[in-house]
Design a protein around this ligand. Sequence first.
Ligand code: SF4
Length: 344
Amino acid sequence: MQDYISNLEEWFLENRRILPWRKDKNPYHVWISEVMLQQTRIEAVISYYERFMKELPDIPSLANVSEDKLLKLWEGLGYYNRARNLKKAAFMIMEKYGGVFPTTYAEIIQLPGIGEYTASAISSICFGENQVTVDGNVMRVFTRFYNESSNISKDSTRVMIHDRLLSMMSFDPGCFNEGMMELGEVICIPNGMPKCDICPLKKGCLSYQNSNYYLFPVKDEKKEKEEVEMTVIIPIWEGKTLVRKRREVGLLHNLYEFPNVVGNKCVEEVRAISEEFGKVANIKKSICYTHVFTHKKWKMQAYFVFLESVNCQDMFYRISDVEEHFALPAAFSPFLYQLKEELK
Ligand code: SF4
């Protein structure tokens, strides 16, 4: 691969996508974008990133933001602990480094929520340090190029790829790393045929020569996710609805939700549960939506519950207030959408 690295870097410099966090090599910008990109496609991240930067343009603003506002800015991205860790790390940068982002891999990796991959990305892209980023894109390019059949789900394979790439690192580690990742995202793609005809590595690539890209990378089969049936109750009273804060621990902690219970409840059970909120006038079945988390699925059947009087008026909010002030995770957002349609 070493013989083709200059091709890779030339290709990257000519073809790289124009992205907001690539306008400069500001470590704050690279850091936030890398954390967002760990869970979401680039196209979706752009609007989140721009909104985040408008509200929290620098390390002091992130260190001082309230958790509710931070989670609202992260709403829909999932993995909310990553957002909490951003704030913790910003706080540590203020305390330990006077608000200036640390410049070495050894310092960066000490920050909360920053692992090898992110520390390598920031230190190589922003400070030119000799570090390799190894993500799924990079492993796919590497294993196809060498017809390497080691299982990429194993740490030992990741370490082997890391060490081999480090041994062939160019004089511009940031360009090398970004080039490899970009190649995996847009040319040596995960689903469907790679675009070998326009790949800067094709002359040396064994998968190209042997027409066997589909054999690589080798990885573990995905485990079946546990499926949990749930019933979601959407109380409606005078054009308002009820959302509440989730518990302080566990999945989606401290975010907001529509009331819900485990199990697929019938209308009479929904009526009985809803009496906690007020006097039920009518119940209407809404959508069934399945939300997939890393390890489990929630299969949710929702009901609109129309109330003629309520036990606590303060718990009911207008839809526009819910949208503006409460961090409602993606698992519940389809129900908010349906509610808006219902109340039109
Ligand atoms: S030549 Fe094809 S298979 Fe080989 S690295 Fe490039 S895109 Fe991937």
